[in-house]
Design a protein around this ligand. Structure first.
Ligand code: SF4
Length: 893
């Protein structure tokens, strides 16, 4: 593989949009990446994260060989150990004493083999994945409403709709390419409307006609109110209800009681009556309406009910499965949908078969010719780790995910893993927060190396293709599972030598004794040979004899998956989160994503350009809340809940509601000593779906006043400094650390040399070393810079207060082979003697900083996003920064 090779068509490994990517390898650790113009999810577009994929392929921190404890061992020995220990636990304590915990990052083929091994051969259903944290509420709600877990619509509907409602979705940052498609459609068709419903005024709201900043947790009430409004306004499609729904009257009656009047709903939701009336009116009078939602709805203790409240209004108006109308769940992960298709959750069976139905269990056992089949649902994610803590699950194999970072109440998860008899971790990274708990570590292949399929939010199956050689001894997850299955004595059921062999079995199963009873049917792909599999174009399921080219939409004809063919309305439970706050914990913690990072940053954290946009974990809070708690913008704050403590940088913004604090989810202990948000989050779950409540944990906040604050820039990677507040981010040719502590070292020069990784005695042999230092004991100020042969190796700035020095300018000096006199004179000042610091990067694609943009808007009199693009190129590639450009333009007034 080389740079002159033809690009390989593959799929982005991040969000559920599932964009097609053309990747051309450039050496073993880099690739040139661009959007695939022929992929129907993105038609050539990529967002900032997708555009930077080529920067995330470094092997520096990869796990490249199996380990038992810290000892490197052969694959044979590691696999023998895993199989022997699992066998011993199963024999002694039964099949439910072992578990798998997987990932929405898995490819469908990995999922299929893991699920088959656990449910069909080990004979328990203890396999759950991090998809439980992402969209289990939608799975539960769609199953209740439609009788099966199927997404009715497709992305094109967003472009055809006259009204798009985004609920609990910051699509501008979390599904950026889809959001760009939506904005383009609105640009091309003036008059089309966008409504966003979210307690926060996010970047997505920048382009909306109406933003309803509802009180957290009131989404279901708002949609129950809408259902009753539609009834009162005579907008229900009674013909559709009569023909295709069962028992809808009860839900209509419940809505009447729950949401007695529009003023009552507006007051309870905390929105202006006029705004709510406008939204209800628009919805009632616009046939072509799409409602799309994401984690703001799903990640809730009443998430399933919230989704059902949304599905209710579409079913009741018959607006489903037709061009430009329908409900559309936006999945977070790249293959959360694929996992659902193979029954990758603890309460599912493969191919949309129902674990609770004896006939379905028998059918699956017959197809697999397996010795047994799980008879009852297994443990869902949060329950699984509770069972580990209680000693009921004694061996767990964790694959492609890091529950120590991503599950709520991480202290509890860590305690559970610490007492678990046997923990296997399959990961592509050598050291994560999970590594210390692993008895066996297995090196996994990752994006660019592995082959298989993923399914995006619109049911579209796409190929992920390898374009790089697998490094070291890294292997696909399906291969590891197959090897262990064989060692457990199940060789006949696990003959797989390729992803293609697994996929065709999965496709055959979907059609097995189906006869139209299950929508998930890709039997049209069951005969794919290796060449056909390799060439497989992106297709939306069902793909079968009736629809060989796939199916864009479902349910327009009104035939649903319940036994009677009819859908159901479900009366949602209405919860008042305000009741859970108290004088001691008066605020609500809301968690989410930032624009340029993905999950726990093991991939995006390797990209310098992605790390510039939000280099520190922040706590975003309203100006009134900040004033009440004596918190200044950019200061450090201490956040505390009943579960733990974190420290973050305050971002004061009227975009966050007054009773709420927002904190992003990406930082682990690998890159932030006190920035792990799941140290704070409560382990409360939705009783129907088992999805954790990540959007509301009672919290208190106060200023955190360290003795000193500082920042450290180093050319080489150094260990995360052991201080109370330390955050690491990668820059071009350097690493940046923000630091603060309540205790100071006695000898700053010596301490600085340790932090900078200065090689002690060896330095005496290097006459090229130069040090510049400035120390003002009384002011509590210390600065130093280390140069080697004229090149900047590192610098440390320390002060009693927060340091305003421009890290971006200083970071830029690492790109120079040698510093000139002007640079040296400026170095300890921490700012250029002449010229401007670009500031924090807003446009990741072209590295355009906030100071540059503000100045250009001011001096250049730039009045539009297009004018900025023409002058600075910002916003002209992926478009992810356009909402922020709009905010900067709005600042000017
Ligand atoms: Fe990847 Fe961005 Fe497309 Fe999501 S929107 S799949 S992150 S390129």
């Amino acid at each position: 593989m080389n740079a002159s090779a033809a690009p390989i068509r593959t799929t982005c490994p991040y969000c559920g949009v599932g964009c097609g990517v053309l990747a051309t390898p450039a050496g073993a650790e880099a690739a040139v990446v661009r959007g695939d113009p022929d992929h129907p999810a993105n038609y050539g577009r990529l967002c900032s994260k997708g555009s930077a994929l080529g920067e995330t392929l470094s092997l520096r921190t990869r796990l490249l060989a199996p380990r038992i404890g810290r000892e490197t061992v052969s694959w044979a020995r590691a696999l023998d150990e895993v199989a022997a220990r699992f066998r011993a636990v199963i024999d002694a304590h039964g099949p439910e004493a072992v578990a798998f915990y997987g990932s929405g990052q898995w490819l469908t083929e990995d999922y299929y083999v893991a699920n088959k091994l656990m449910k069909g051969y080990i004979g328990a259903a203890n396999i759950d994945t991090n998809s439980r944290l992402c969209m289990a509420s939608t799975v539960a709600a769609q199953t209740r409403a439609f009788g099966e877990d199927a997404v009715p619509g497709c992305y094109e509907d967003l472009e055809l709709a006259d009204l798009v409602v985004l609920v609990g979705s910051n699509a501008a940052w979390c599904h950026p390419v889809l959001y760009q498609r939506l904005l383009k459609a609105r640009q091309d068709h003036p008059g089309r409307r966008l409504v966003t419903i979210d307690p926060r005024r996010t970047a997505t709201a920048e382009g909306a006609d109406l933003h309803l900043g509802i009180r957290p947790g009131t989404d279901a009430l708002l949609f129950a109110g809408l259902l009753d409004y539609l009834r009162r306004d005579d907008r229900l499609d009674y013909g559709f209800l009569e023909r295709h729904l069962a028992g809808y009257g009860e839900t209509l009656a419940a809505a009447r009681t729950t949401a007695p009047s529009l003023p009552a709903v507006a007051a309870a939701c905390g929105v202006a009556e006029g705004d709510l009336a406008r939204f209800y009116r628009w919805f009632a009078r616009t046939d072509k309406t799409v409602t799309a939602w994401s984690q703001g709805i799903n990640q809730s203790a009443t998430g399933s009910d919230k989704v059902n409240a949304i599905l209710n209004v579409h079913l009741a108006t018959g607006r489903i499965g037709k061009p430009g109308m329908g409900p559309l769940s936006l999945t977070g992960q790249p293959n959360a949908m694929g996992g659902r298709e193979v029954g990758g959750l603890a309460n599912q069976l493969a191919a949309h078969l129902d674990l609770e139905r004896a006939g379905h269990r028998a059918l699956l056992r017959e197809f697999w010719n397996s010795p047994r089949i799980a008879e009852r649902p297994g443990l869902k994610a949060v329950d699984l780790f509770d069972a580990i803590a209680a000693g009921r699950v004694r061996a767990v194999w964790i694959m492609g995910t890091n529950p120590v970072v991503s599950l709520p109440d991480s202290r509890r998860v860590r305690a559970a893993l610490a007492r678990c008899e046997f923990v296997v971790v399959a990961d592509c990274e050598a050291e994560t927060d999970l590594t210390p708990y692993a008895h066996v570590s297995l090196p996994a292949q990752t994006w660019g190396e592995k082959d298989g399929t993923v399914t995006n939010s619109e049911r579209r199956i796409s190929r992920q293709r390898a374009f790089l050689p697998a490094p070291g001894e890294a292997r696909p997850d399906w291969w590891m599972l197959t090897q262990v299955a064989r060692r457990l004595g199940y060789a006949d059921g696990f003959p797989y030598e390729s992803a293609q062999a697994i996929f065709v079995e999965h496709a055959r199963l979907s059609g097995y004794r189906n006869a139209g009873t299950r929508r998930f049917d890709i039997s049209g792909l069951a005969d794919l040979d290796p060449r056909g599999y390799d060439a497989l174009p992106p297709l939306q399921w069902p793909v079968n004899a009736e629809a060989p080219q796939g199916t864009a939409r479902l349910y327009a004809e009104g035939r649903f998956g319940h036994g009677d063919g009819r859908a159901r309305l479900v009366a949602p439970r209405i919860e008042d989160l305000g009741r859970k706050l108290s004088a001691g914990l008066p605020l609500s913690l809301n968690t989410g994503r930032v624009r340029d990072q993905w999950h726990t940053m093991t991939r995006t954290g390797k990209s310098p350009r992605l790390s510039q946009h939000a280099p520190e974990p922040c706590a975003e809070l309203h100006p009134d809340t900040a004033a009440r708690h004596g918190i200044a913008n950019d200061s450090l704050v201490r956040l505390e809940t009943a579960h733990g403590v974190a420290i973050a940088r305050a971002r004061v913004s009227a975009d966050t509601p007054p009773d709420s604090v927002f904190m992003p989810m990406h930082w682990s202990f690998r890159n932030a000593s006190a920035g792990l948000v799941n140290a704070l989050v409560n382990p409360l779950v939705d009783p129907v779906s088992g999805e954790p409540e990540s959007k509301h944990t009672p919290l208190r906040i106060k200023p955190w006043r360290p003795l000193w604050q500082g920042f450290l820039l180093t050319r080489q990677a150094v260990p995360l400094p052991s201080v109370a507040y330390a955050v690491r981010a990668i820059g071009r040719h350097h690493w940046r650390h923000e630091l603060a502590d309540t205790r100071a070292p006695g000898d700053w020069p010596a301490h600085a040399r340790r932090l900078l990784g200065y090689p002690g005695e060896a330095a005496a042999d290097n006459p090229g070393d130069e040090w510049a230092e400035m120390h003002d004991l009384r002011a509590g100020r210390y600065r130093c810079a280390w140069l080697r042969d004229g090149r900047l190796m590192g610098c440390l700035f320390v002060d009693r207060a927060a340091l305003p020095q421009p890290r971006e300018w200083l970071g830029g000096l690492f790109a120079r082979e040698s510093l000139d006199d002007a640079d040296r004179r400026s170095l300890l000042l921490g700012k250029p003697l002449a010229g401007e610091d670009p500031g924090r990067a807003v446009c990741a694609c072209f590295g355009v900083g906030v100071n540059t943009l503000r100045q250009a808007i001011r001096d250049g009199q730039l009045g539009s996003v297009e004018a900025i693009g023409e002058a600075l190129r910002a916003g002209t590639n992926c478009g992810s920064c356009i909402p922020e450009l709009q905010s900067l333009l709005a600042e000017r007034g």
